[in-house]
Design a protein around this ligand. Structure first.
Ligand code: BES
Ligand code: MN
Ligand code: ZN
Length: 495
C-alpha cells in the first residue's frame, strides 16, 4: 500500500472514500463539520435520524453525499472527546480500515490525525495509521494454490488541516519502514518448518545484506565447534538440518561507535527433542524462530530508515528434534563461556542456543545487547498475550525499552531478575542445570541467560505470548518490531 500525508479540506477530496469522525451524541469533528456544511447538512440529518450515535468505533458508510467531491463518506464514532486516548484512536482507525476494505475503494483519505488524542502527538497518530493500514492488508498466501483476495485499497492519504512539516514526513517514512519490517517478520514466522530451516534463515540474511549493503557472516557447525559453542551445538545434534549462526552488521553511525546488538532465538521447529512436547498445537512450534524473524524485520526497518546508529543482529538457528544423536536428559555440555550445563530437559533449548550467542556477542564490544526469544510457556501464564516479558541487568535500560513499547503500543512488562531465583538452577553435577522448576519459569529462564551477560548492558524480551496468535486468526504478529524500532530510533536521536 502507498501512504502519503498532505494538507487538505474534507469536502474537496477527490477520493473514493473520505473518513471523518463523529463524537458521542452526534457532535461533529471539525473535518466532519466542513463536509456537513458543503453537503447542506446531509450528515447532521443522517445523524439526527439516529443511524450513527458516535459510539466508539461504530461506522456508517454514505454514498452520493451531495456537494462534495468524494465518492463515499465513512463516518466513524469517536465516543466522548474527553475519553479519546491512544487505545481509542487505534480502535477507531482499525474500524475504519475494516469498513473501507468492505468497499471497492482503491484510495481513501483519512481525516483523523487532527483529532486530539490524550498524551499523543501528530507523529504518533501518523505512525499508527500507517501500521494499522499495513496490518489490515497483510496476506499470507504464498503457499496457497490460488492467492487470497487482496484488499482493493491501494493508496491511503492522511490529510490534515495544517501543512505537513518535516517531522510528519519523517514519521510517515519511519512507519512505512517499520511496516515493511513487520511484514517480513510475519512472513518468515508463518513459514512452516520444512521450508524455513536454519539454512533458509541464513539465505534470507544474505539477501537482506545484498539489498541493504550489510555485512553478513554465517558460521557453520564446524566453525561453532572451534569456538566451543557446545551448548548451541547440543541442540542441533538430533536434527538433519545443520545449525547456523547468522550475523548481520549495519553501520549507520560513525565507525568507532559501539553497536546495539540484537540476538534473536531462531529455533525453526521445536519438537522438544527427547523431552518431546505433547502433540496438541505442536505445529505452532514453527513460530519458535519469531525472535530471529523480529531482529531481521527490525534490521530491515532501520536499514530502510537509514538510521544513524550501528546495529548488529545475531541469530543462533537450529531445529530441536529427537533422534539417536539427540541430547538426552542428564547430558552435560560445556558452553562457549566455559560454564558447564546439565541438560535436565531438552525442551529448554532456547537458552542453550542463546547462551553461546550471547557469549559470542561480547566480541562486538556492544553498547547494549538485547535478546528476543519465544523462550517460555511460563511467560504466557504470567503476562498473557498482551505484554512481552522484559528482563534486564540495568533498570535504566529496562525503562527505555518499556517506554519505547508503550509509545509504539507494543508493550513489555518489567519482570524481576533477582539473585534469589538463581538457586533454582543449581545442579549437583555441572555449574548449572537448564531448568528451574515450575515456579517463576520465565524468570529462571532469564536468570540462566543472565549468567552469560555479565560483561555488558543487557535486556531480554520473552515474546512467547506476543509473537503469534493461535486459533482462527493464527498468524505471526510482527511483534516486537515496533518496540525495537522505536527503541533504536530513540537511541539514534539521543546520540
Ligand atoms: N519454545 C518453547 C517456549 C514456548 C512454549 C513458547 C509454548 C510459546 C508457546 C521453549 O523452548 C520451551 O519449550 N520451553 C519450556 C521450558 C521448560 C521445559 C522449562 C516450556 O516453556 O515449557
Ligand atoms: Mn522448547
Ligand atoms: Zn523453544
Amino acid at each position: 500500500m502507498e501512504f502519503s500525508i498532505k494538507q487538505g479540506s474534507s469536502e474537496k477530496q477527490r477520493s473514493a472514500c473520505v473518513v471523518v469522525g463523529v463524537y458521542a451524541n452526534g457532535k461533529l469533528s471539525p473535518a466532519a463539520l466542513t463536509l456537513d456544511r458543503a453537503a447542506n447538512h446531509h450528515l447532521s440529518d443522517v445523524i439526527a435520524h439516529g443511524d450513527l450515535d458516535g459510539k466508539l468505533a461504530s461506522t456508517l458508510l454514505l454514498h452520493h453525499v451531495p456537494g462534495i467531491a468524494a465518492e463515499r463518506v465513512l463516518l466513524v464514532g469517536l465516543g466522548k472527546a474527553s475519553d479519546f486516548s491512544a487505545q481509542q484512536f487505534i480502535d477507531v482507525v482499525r474500524a475504519c480500515l475494516n469498513a473501507i476494505h468492505k468497499t471497492a475503494s482503491k484510495d481513501a483519505a483519512l481525516f483523523l490525525t487532527d483529532l486530539t488524542v490524550k498524551g499523543r502527538d501528530l507523529t504518533w497518530k501518523i505512525k499508527q495509521c500507517v501500521l494499522l493500514a499495513a496490518e489490515s492488508s497483510f496476506r499470507c498466501d504464498q503457499l496457497k494454490s490460488k492467492p487470497a483476495e487482496a484488499v482493493a485499497l491501494r493508496k491511503l492519504e492522511i490529510v490534515s488541516a495544517d501543512k505537513p512539516d518535516s517531522q510528519a514526513s519523517l514519521a510517515l517514512n519511519q512507519a512505512s519502514a517499520i511496516a515493511s519490517g513487520m511484514s517480513l517478520t510475519k512472513t518468515l514466522g508463518n513459514l512452516p518448518g520444512n521450508i524455513c530451516t536454519p539454512t533458509y534463515l541464513a539465505d534470507q540474511a544474505k539477501s537482506m545484506a545484498k539489498a541493504h549493503k550489510l555485512k553478513v557472516t554465517i558460521l557453520e557447525e564446524k566453525d561453532m565447534e572451534k569456538l566451543g559453542m557446545h551448548s548451541l551445538l547440543s541442540v542441533s545434534h538430533g536434527s538433519r538440518q545443520p545449525a547456523k549462526l547468522i550475523t548481520l552488521e549495519y553501520q549507520g553511525g560513525y565507525k568507532k561507535q559501539k553497536p546495539v546488538v540484537l540476538v534473536g532465538k531462531g529455533i525453526t521447529f521445536d519438537s522438544g527433542g527427547i523431552s518431546l512436547k505433547p502433540g496438541a498445537e505442536m505445529d505452532e512450534m514453527k513460530y519458535d524462530m519469531c525472535g530471529a524473524a523480529s531482529v531481521l524485520g527490525t534490521m530491515q526497518a532501520i536499514a530502510e530508515m537509514k538510521l544513524k546508529l550501528n546495529v548488529i543482529v545475531i541469530i543462533p538457528s537450529s531445529e530441536n528434534m529427537p533422534d539417536g544423536a539427540a541430547s538426552k536428559p542428564g547430558d552435560i555440555v560445556k558452553s562457549m563461556s566455559g560454564q558447564t550445563i546439565e541438560i535436565m530437559n531438552t525442551d529448554a533449548e532456547g537458552r542453550l542456543v542463546l547462551c553461546d550467542a550471547l557469549t559470542y556477542a561480547a566480541r562486538f564490544e556492544p553498547e547494549t545487547v538485547i535478546d528476543i526469544a519465544t523462550l517460555t510457556g511460563a511467560c504466557i501464564i504470567a503476562l498473557g498475550h498482551v505484554a512481552s516479558g522484559l528482563f534486564s541487568n540495568e533498570d535504566k535500560l529496562a525503562k527505555e525499552l518499556a517506554d519505547a513499547g508503550d509509545y509504539a503500543h507494543d508493550r513489555a512488562w518489567h519482570m524481576p531478575l533477582w539473585d534469589d531465583y538463581q538457586q533454582q538452577l543449581d545442579s549437583n553435577f555441572a555449574d548449572m542445570q537448564n531448568i528451574g522448576g515450575r515456579a517463576g519459569g520465565s524468570i529462571t529462564a532469564a536468570c540462566f541467560l543472565a549468567r552469560f551477560t555479565k560483561e555488558y548492558r543487557w535486556a531480554h524480551l520473552d515474546i512467547a505470548g506476543t509473537a503469534w496468535k493461535s486459533g482462527k486468526d493464527k498468524g505471526a504478529t510482527g511483534r516486537p518490531v515496533p518496540l525495537l524500532s522505536q527503541f533504536l530510533i530513540d537511541r539514534a536521536a539521543a546520540k
